[in-house]
Design a protein. Structure first.
Length: 273
């Protein structure tokens, strides 16, 4: 079965859909004949992105359960009962933990973790009575690779991975699948101003989006993007001494502590850092 046969007329909502991974995912789903609706906190950007694709776009704040409910209500009103929710919205602050203010810490957890939890609950409450559905949560390899300068993001994404695993175990018998996608560092605004190297695998949004689409077609509980990054799941059992040596060798001991302020300024302003 090709993707169009599997996804034709499926109602799929994507959060954080105005740019980056979310927009590319919506594009690939639309090309596969799904009925796609995107949500994003940037009303102007989501309107333009939706117009570019010829789909519906709705302003959405994933930190507010009532906004998520309204987003899903409007999605179902416009295109039908939701089959798949892709919880993609997220931010990635970097820098020394001691420099983070309380508002940035809270905002990161609210968007990257609580937004996923709120979205999953709202979608599952619709899916379980129908006996089918799929929730796809975009986590990160950072949820398995703790790194200096990425502490709060690490915490949020690790939470998404384990939450997704637990929720799948709880809902599978009701016909609802839950998947966690673990992208490698992706060429979007999240990595602006960061100096990568040959050890740091950076992929294009198209690669991550393709993995998300493939996972919707054939659900799995946990998938790295690209799949060759699946080794990160074994990092949790590595000795600390080996982790330290690995971080030093690859530059992951400093890459998120030292970045170009000017190159990252626009992204930092957008996320409130």
């Amino acid at each position: 079965m090709n993707k169009s046969d599997a996804l034709r007329d499926k109602v799929i909502a994507v959060t954080g859909g105005a740019r980056g991974i979310g927009f590319e995912t919506a594009t690939q789903l639309f090309d596969a004949k799904a009925k796609v609706v995107i949500g994003d906190i940037d009303g102007d950007a989501v309107g333009k992105a939706a117009a570019d694709l010829g789909i519906d776009g709705i302003e959405l704040d994933v930190t507010k359960p009532e906004s998520i409910e309204a987003f899903l209500d409007e999605t179902e009103k416009r295109v039908g009962p939701i089959d798949v929710l892709v919880n993609n919205a997220g931010i990635m602050p970097v820098g020394p933990f001691l420099d983070y203010d309380a508002a940035l810490i809270r905002r990161t957890i609210d968007i990257d973790l609580m937004g996923v939890i709120y979205g999953s609950q709202a979608a599952a409450r619709r899916m379980v009575p129908r006996g089918h559905g799929h929730i796809v949560n975009v986590a990160s390899v950072a949820g398995r690779l703790p790194m200096p300068g990425l502490t709060v993001y690490n915490a949020a994404k690790a939470g998404v991975i384990e939450f997704s695993d637990a929720l799948h175990a709880e809902l599978a018998d009701a016909g609802v699948s839950v998947s966690a996608i673990l992208p490698s560092f992706t060429n979007t605004g999240l990595i602006s101003g960061l100096e990568t190297n040959r050890y740091i695998r950076v992929v294009e949004p198209e690669v991550v989006a393709e993995t998300i689409v493939d996972t919707i077609v054939k659900p799995q509980v946990r998938v790295a993007a690209p799949r060759s990054m699946g080794w990160v799941n074994s990092n949790t059992i590595m000795p600390q001494s080996l982790k330290r040596r690995s971080r030093k060798m690859t530059g992951l001991d400093h890459i998120f502590l030292q970045y170009d302020d000017s190159s990252r300024a626009e992204y930092n302003k957008r996320i409130g850092q």
